[in-house]
Every structure is written in structure tokens, then in C-alpha cells.
Design a protein around this ligand. Sequence first.
Ligand SMILES: [Fe+2]
Length: 505
Amino acid sequence: MAKSDTAKAGKKSTPVDLCNGDAKADKPDKLECNHNHVETAETETRSNIKEREDSLRKLESELSKKEIGLIEREIKLLSFQQELDRLRPLSGLYRVVKAMATERKLDSMLEVITRETASMLRCDRCSVFVLDIHRGELWTQLAQGLEGHRTIRVPMSGNSVVSLCARTGRVINIPDAYSDPRFDPEVDKSTGYHTKNILCVPMHNRNGAVIGVFEVMNKDIATFTQEDEEWLQALAAVAAGLIEQAQAYSEIEHFVDKTVETLAQTIDKRDPLTAGHSIRVTRYSLSIGDNMAISDDEKDVLRYAAMMHDYGKIGVPEAILWKNGRLTPEEYACVQTHARLTYELLSNLPFTNRLAHVPFIASCHHEKLDGTGYYRGLKGHEIPFLARVITVSDVFDALTSVRHYRNRMNIVKVYEIMESGRDNHFDPEVVDAFYGLPCDRVMRVMESERGGQIPEEVDVFKTISWLRLVEICQGSKPKRGEENLKDLFYRIYNANLPPDYQELD
Ligand SMILES: [Fe+2]
């Protein structure tokens, strides 16, 4: 027993105090007393040992309970993690399939598929190569950060693993690229990427023909497993049908776009001076739409409505449309009928579902916020937002184009007209979105459809907005790098104008 314990035991021992208190006691009595004393101490010591043993056992039991609890928690966490790892491909598959079902456009669909598949299979890269049967090539898009995408094309007959997979229609799983003869290290040399392992799975259409290849590279731990092959094959099977569908949709959309563009040009081309008007209005409108973050569906509606906004001019006699001078009130009334005609003619086309409002929006491009426009005399928010976008683009293009009765208008004057129409004619937010556009973007549209190439110098205007160019032209002191922009702009703007035209207002 430890010293302190002995002392503690002694303090509690009342018999010792009684014996020591009898100074006259005989020796045997003393021995007996000592004997009793020792016995009592031993009993107490045993009892203390037992007491301590019990408390140690209790402590031990509590500790082991806690330890067991901790171990059990660890096991639970581990099994949660394993469960999560097991479910990762399932949740990835869910996200991919959901995206594939909601995305109509091939580019957006491929972007989601590659992102989710890479996360699902825990690999560094995923590419979906689509077969371009006409060119005998497989193409994919490589994300370029904020700058968009770069299309990569590989020939079907080439040496790449992707080409081999497409030609044979078989799964190719390469655990160590540099020790496999099927891998061509030249690919890494050209891209700067270091390939470690590759898994390629072919995509088949309903007839069993290969329509593309799924390629995943550089698994983060170990190499691609049999299970990864099965997951990728499952994805490839779902993706193949949807990619075919998206391709068909894209072809139809392209056909419709070209048809609408051709219809619009039949009107614009009746007069060489208005040629390209509908295309430019469409491009200005889409640029404003981008600046105002409109949705993809709204962009489609805007594209068709802007392209067809003047279609009703087919019913206006050329003698009035081409008149060199001011119109009489009767002639002006005749021109105004084109908005109604646009609505009536477009309503005959099967614009349905998300495109159902195209005829109405197209026919509202001469409405004004204060209700003084035509042909319905709508006010403020009665005018659809996309129509308000077309209105700004339409007026801007008309003022910056040559007309039978005047030259291209000076852009300072154009600005003043647009500003005077703020709040009564134009939606001020749309005007601001237009003036916030990069100057080079506006100039590329402005100078398009003029029969020549866009001058390379337009590039130097990309650092300023259209509004800044107007300010410089208004006399604002040019900042560093802006010194020559005014002269350069007017040289481009006034180039190739008919010699007998004056800069009129
Ligand atoms: Fe019009």
C-alpha cells in the first residue's frame, strides 16, 4: 500500500488511540493490543485494495465501453463512406440521365454528360466523341475555361485508341498507357497532357452501328475496373439514343433557321439598301439578350421574331418602300400595315409551344412604351419584353444604315435620338444593355452584310463599350489607348458609301 494510504488508514483507526492512551498496561496486553492493531490494519488494507480494485475495474469497464463506442462509430462512418462510394455512380447516373432528358441541344447535353461521368467514375477526363459519318471523323469538344470550346477531330482511320474503339466496336481498357502499344504517345505531346490509364466504350444506335465513343482517362485511384466498364457501357447505351435524337433536333432546327432566314431575306433583298436588315436586327437583339442573361428558350423566340419582324412588308408596294423622300400620310399609313401583316402571315406558320408567341412578339416592334406606337397601341409592359429588345435593335439599325432619303447617321445623333426615346419609346433597361455591349461586337454587326470583309482594325474596339465610343465621339478626352479610336471608327463607318450621299440627319 502506498505511504499516503497507510497514513489515511491510521487516521481512521480508533482502537490504536485507546491502547496508546493506557500508559500502565502489561507487556502481554501490549502484544495482544499490537496484534489486534495489526489485524485491524490488515483488514482495512484488504478492504481498501478491494475498493480500489473495484473502482479500477469500474473505470476499465467504462473505458472499454467508450472505446467500443468509438470503434463502433468508426465502423459506422466507414460503412457510410463505403455506402456513399457505392452510391456515387448511381447518383451520377441519375444526374446524367436527368440532364440528358431535359437538354435538347447536343452541345449542352455533351457538356453535362462529360462533367457528370468524370465525377461518377472518379477520373480526370471524360470525352464523348461523336461520329461525323460524312467526314469519316470523330469529334469532341474540349472545354476552354471561360473562352468556350475547341472542337477536336480525329480520323476514324487514325491510330488513336478512340478510333480503334470506334472501328472495332469493342471496349478498350488500358491500365498503363505508356506500356501499351495501342496508345500513341504523340497525342500527349500535342496536348501537353500525361495519360496514365484509359477506358473507351463504343456507343451504338438502335441498328447496332457505332455512332460515337465514350472515353475516360486517368482514374484518381488505381485503374478502371470491370465495374467502371459496366457503368460506362450503361451510360453509353442511354446516351447513344439521346445523342441521335439531339442530332435530329439540331438538323431540324438548322433547317428551320435557314428557312426563316431565307424568308426574311426575300423581303430585305427587294431593295439593296435594306439587304441584311433582318439579320443585323437579329444579331443586335441576340447580343442584347446575352447582356440581359435571357434563357435559351427566349433566345430561340427572339431569333425567330427578330428575323421575321418585317415580313409583313411583302404587302407594301415597292414604290412606297423605295421612295426617295418623305412619305405622304397615306403612304405612311400603308407602310404601317406591315406590322399587322407580319402577325397575320406568321400566325399561319406552325409556331407552337415555346415558340407560340413569335408572331405576336414580331408584330409588336413598332409599339412604344407610351402607347403611341402601332399597330395595337400597346403601353409599357403590355409590350412583350422581347419585342422591346427588337424595337431598340430595329431603330438602331435603321439609323445607322443608308436609306433612300438619307445617309448613315452620325452615331452621336443616333445616341441623342435613342436617349430622347428613353422611357417613352424604348425600354431604358434595353437601351442600357445595348450601350453596354462591347464596341467591336456592335461594329461587327453594323459592318456585316455590306458586301465586304469586316476590317481587322475592328479588333482594337473590344476594350471599350459602345457607349464609350459615343462619348469619345461626343468630345470626351480619350484615355490612354483611345487616342485614335474616333478617327478609325469614322474611317470604317463611312467607307464605301455612295459618293453622292451626304452625311445628313
Ligand atoms: Fe418594321
